[in-house]
Design a binder for this molecule. Structure first.
Ligand code: GAP
Length: 501
């Protein structure tokens, strides 16, 4: 009998990080030098899994009549980031402790301060604002406190208010050194990485590593429309690296400084934006489900109107329930005509679309679907991880959808004699041009199955004594552990068929 014994417990992430290193999914970047915070390297199995996630996304998004692909450069004209609003708005408020020099993102204080100290500071701030007799702040404070919301939400709401947050941080102790009243005022910190174009390091040559791939799509809208002869509505999809100088990186691959995005911008006529937004929302959540992600662990989180990004009319996050809580894996936005209008304004070039049928000229609206490849990778990895009790032993298994699995099939001669290795090697040679396989003849076959379960290989093919008699092998299925006999000449079509499903 099997039972799940460690799903979604707090230690799951630690186990996955350890398995990732041991089996070659993910390594810390520059590990031999002590690592580089917020950067990770994908090992032999990780690179396969990541490639499969991106390939599935690419197929779902571009093997359609109405979506074209693009691969824009990472470095773009600096005016792009002025037009997009990133130079001005892509900032996080940050505070430093003057005593121990630790730096914190203001909004992370909610997680870092103990419940007791939060309650104490909330009480004390009331006296401090009454003293100053500032009616606006008193009203805001009273409104937050009167609200029937949990303590953390109250504390966060106070931090989000410019005046109240200044008062609040004066009352808090530094989470690192414990000293009180040592924080600087909050300062804006731009998250874009800067570098210089050409050999001279001066401000005239500053350019940025892109913080999102989307802008490469916006500036190429007319190039793609004209060269592909697409008519509205149509989309442009792109996969590529993005860089953000995050102040607090955390939770393994969840928030990193270098990551990959899979973004699609769907250009449509104003007035049709709501329908397209709703359709893309459904398509995108179904994509995660179609690749085996547990439906109960997926949800939409619609952004309230007062929290929308400056460019958005409507927005939702697809969230996954990680062991540390719900986290965004993809954002879907109705970006209106904001981006193309801004690029028209900043470049002086028309971004208008000419509708042949109605003879109208207008700036299209954009529906954006923006997924993190690295975050999706992590969600698929976490979702697939199970520990089960099998015959008194613990088996760890990654139940990847076969299309995502790094290795599709393992080939295992039962023993290294009696002609079995020769047959197994012949099977390997026949399958290798078509699917990623692994040949393993080391140790007891039960151990070999466990090694494959641990990396998520969906099928294990075993050559045994009966193979010598009738040219059949067993195929063991990872999740059920059931075995069926198959004739060697049927193996390839059978596996290809399973991988299509
Ligand atoms: N073009 C819109 C845009 O970039 P976003 O919500 O900032 O929107 C989209 O990012 C997706 O990119 C997120 O849902 C997440 O999956 C991924 N992402 C963003 N920042 C990330 C980070 N620091 N580390 C890993 N993935 C990140």
């Amino acid at each position: 009998m099997r039972c799940a014994i460690a799903k979604n417990q707090n230690e799951t992430i630690e186990k996955i990080v350890s398995l990732s290193k041991r089996r070659g999914f993910v390594f810390q970047s520059s590990e031999i030098y002590g690592g580089l915070n917020g950067c990770w390297d994908y090992g032999p199995l990780g690179v396969e899994l990541l490639k499969n996630v991106k390939e599935e996304w690419w197929k779902a998004m571009t093997y359609r009549e109405d979506v074209e692909g693009l691969d824009a450069s990472i470095l773009m004209h600096p005016r792009v980031w002025e037009a997009s609003g990133h130079v001005e708005n892509f900032t996080d408020p940050m505070i430093d402790c003057k005593q121990c020099k630790a730096r914190f993102r203001l909004d992370t204080l909610t997680e870092l301060i103990s419940e007791k100290n939060k309650e104490k500071a909330i009480k004390e701030i009331s006296a401090s604002i009454n003293d100053k007799n500032n009616q606006l702040n008193i009203d805001k404070y009273n409104w937050i406190i009167a609200n029937e919301i949990p303590l953390d939400d109250k504390f966060t709401a106070l931090l989000e208010n410019q005046d109240l947050s200044i008062k609040l941080i004066e009352l808090l102790g530094c989470p690192q050194c414990g000293n009180k009243g040592t924080f600087t005022q909050p300062r804006k910190f731009n998250l874009m990485f800067k570098t210089f174009l050409g050999p001279v390091d001066d401000s005239a040559n500053i350019i940025y590593l892109r913080p999102e791939t989307a802008q490469g799509i916006f500036v190429n809208f007319l190039n793609v429309a004209n060269s592909s002869r697409q008519k509205l509505p149509f989309g442009i999809a792109q996969i590529g690296k993005a860089f953000r100088n995050e102040i607090n990186t955390k939770n393994f691959l969840f928030r990193t400084r270098e990551f990959e995005q899979m973004e699609m911008q769907y250009f449509c006529k104003p007035g049709t934006d709501k329908t397209n937004y709703d359709e893309w929302k459904e398509r995108r959540i179904n994509w995660f489900k179609s690749l085996g992600m547990t439906p109960d662990k997926l949800r939409f989180h619609d952004h309230p109107k007062d929290k929308l990004a400056h460019y958005a009319k409507e927005a939702t996050d697809i969230e996954y329930e990680f062991p540390f809580g719900w986290g965004e894996i993809e954002g879907i936005h109705n970006r209106t005509d904001f981006d193309l209008s801004r690029h028209q304004e900043y470049s002086g070039k028309s971004m208008q679309y000419f509708d042949d049928e109605t003879k109208e000229k207008f700036i299209p609206f954009i529906i954006e679907t923006s997924a993190g490849a690295s975050r999706s990778f992590m969600a698929f990895l976490v979702d697939a991880y199970y520990e089960e009790e099998v015959k008194g032993e613990t088996r760890s298994v990654l139940r990847f959808h076969p299309r995502l699995a790094p290795i599709k099939a393992a080939i295992l001669p039962l023993v290294n004699k009696d002609g079995m290795p020769e047959i197994a090697r012949k099977i390997e040679a026949d399958l290798r041009p078509y699917i990623r396989i692994f040949y393993d003849d080391k140790g007891a076959v039960g151990r070999r199955y466990r090694r494959q379960d641990e990396i998520g290989t969906p099928y294990s093919i075993t050559v045994d004594t009966q193979t010598l008699v009738d040219q059949t092998v067993t195929i063991r299925e990872r999740d059920t552990m059931e075995q069926v006999r198959v004739s060697i000449d049927k193996l390839l079509p059978l596996l290809l068929d399973k991988l299509k499903q």
